[in-house]
Write a protein that binds this ligand. Sequence first.
Ligand code: AVJ
Ligand code: FE
Length: 433
Amino acid sequence: MTIETDRLRDRVAAELLRTRERTTLLTEAVDDGDLVRQHSPLMSPLVWDLAHVGSQEELWLVRDVGGRDPLRPELDELYDAFKHARRDRPGLPLLTPVEARKYVAQVRDKALDVLDRARIDDGRRLVADGFAFGMIIQHEQQHDETMLATHQLRAGSPVLAADPPPAVIAPVTGEVLVPGGPFTMGTDTEPWALDNERPAHQVDVPAFHIDRAAVTNGQYAAFIDAGGYDDPRWWSPAGWDHRQAAGLVAPAHWQRDGDGWSATTFGRTARVTPSEPVVHVCFHEAEAYAKWAGKRLPTEAEWEKAARWDPATGRSRRYPWGDETPEPRHANLGQRHLRPAPAGAFDDGASPLGVQQLIGDVWEWTSTDFTGYPGFTAFPYREYSEVFFGPDYKVLRGGSFGTDRNAVRGTFRNWDYPIRRQIFSGFRLARDA
Ligand code: AVJ
Ligand code: FE
């Protein structure tokens, strides 16, 4: 066993533990009634997410990597996300909260034993660089963010608390010019990158301008006050249909408050902060705002070039600030704060061209449909990404305040339907140069 292997093993064990602490916090903050209840037809009951996290860990780490016998094979079907729609999950014979906690703990014991004995350098692609462990850790972190979104949809008194995000001394406004030319999009070297981030490939991106900050609540409120929701000129045909059908008048969770707006955030209602990025808007709202503002959403390639391309070297970085893993000074991630931070709060996370807060705060809608990069191969299973490829889903980039630091990077790709706004979604604007 090499020192590198031991170090990787320690890192995997530490990440498994750190992630489980957050899962535990999210599932112990509410009583059993709130764990089994469905807070929105868009979401699973929290107790489903909990057992599903254990079920995936059993499938990939205990059975596949470890070659061990199944613990609870009869659970496979219940916790297979493709077998039952989210809205139907409360009616299934799910494990109770007590049983689910016991199950995930038993799986974890076995997974740690597999980690101890696994030849994580045995040459299998699934195991190389601890990939299978990294995938399962990120899977749990993704479900932690999903459970945080469920908490936001839950009615009742607040159960989560966090410090407010850092204040801003110098607000960030304006845009930067990203020069035209090729850059490397995607990755072949990021060890825990998921299949849809691969392979690395050159993309020629014409010159464009991109905003240094995401669109703020104050800016978005000006769009509402200007009648933006009542003017079909700003909306695509599909966007206008949805605006009408869903009766959209403001971001989700906003209410009129005198001549301004309040929002309910994790059970607390307060005036919206004008300098914070707008959150809980769908793609159609982002697109309408952009048109009203005389700009457009960035393409996915533009977003990634703004986030990764270093004009001094021509190479693509792992993160806007460089190759170092995210520290609290770089970005608002990991539920450290329960809201996005004001534009300008993370100077240390700026890209070489001075674009800020690309990582953390809010997922940013891009104008690009979710598809595979040239040379894409599904790995290790088609249901992670490939089955979602096509015109139905739009790509979001950069992670939110609810995304774990290990579950986002300059290459990371998220996707959702253009009508969805239960996720922590916002946007920034771009325009042709
Ligand atoms: C990448 C966030 C779109 O939640 O549907 C979780 C992540 N995949 N379990 C999702 C995921 C399987 C996925 N997103
Ligand atoms: Fe899942």
